[in-house]
Design a protein around this ligand. Sequence first.
Ligand SMILES: [Zn+2]
Ligand SMILES: [Zn+2]
Length: 184
Amino acid sequence: MASLSFSVKDVPPEGTRIACVVGKEDLQLDEHDPGIQDVLALTATIHADETNFLVEGELNGLLLHECVRCLESFATPADLSFQAVYKDRSQRRSKEPEAVPGDSEREETDCRSVVEQRIELQEMLREQLILSIPMQPLCSEGCQGLCQVCGQNLNVQRCGCKEVKTESPFAILQEAKLSQKPLA
Ligand SMILES: [Zn+2]
Ligand SMILES: [Zn+2]
């Protein structure tokens, strides 16, 4: 398991570089979260100033999705870059006001707290990953989905259910008429 927790004491003024691989367990992904094919490569830098730490980096690898139409799983490359600020609030009690909504600094940068002298990357990375996932993943723009009747994956093969559904009432009527004729 990769360690995604860093003591602020270990971050020198010039910053520190992180390069490791992270897996499902490292990010505590559960079954509703996007899957990962094998592991993701994490590269990041932690920069320190007086009370804040800026974490910048990337997650690279393959993410697994389930297509909303055909339910097949497929992989897409994750090239996720992120930036987060960790504020050490214990050292700046009354001097600076807490960030207020609409603060321009907050726009793109994720703002978090240093907790017990540690910078915890796990939750932040997990959220970044989840935010990067499309709401309606599609294996391809033209995915045909599944047949509503028999469940056949229509990307693989047509099943012919539609014809049966629309034509069968008439077909049955016609057959009934034909079979009655000889009796009359
Ligand atoms: Zn699909
Ligand atoms: Zn069908």
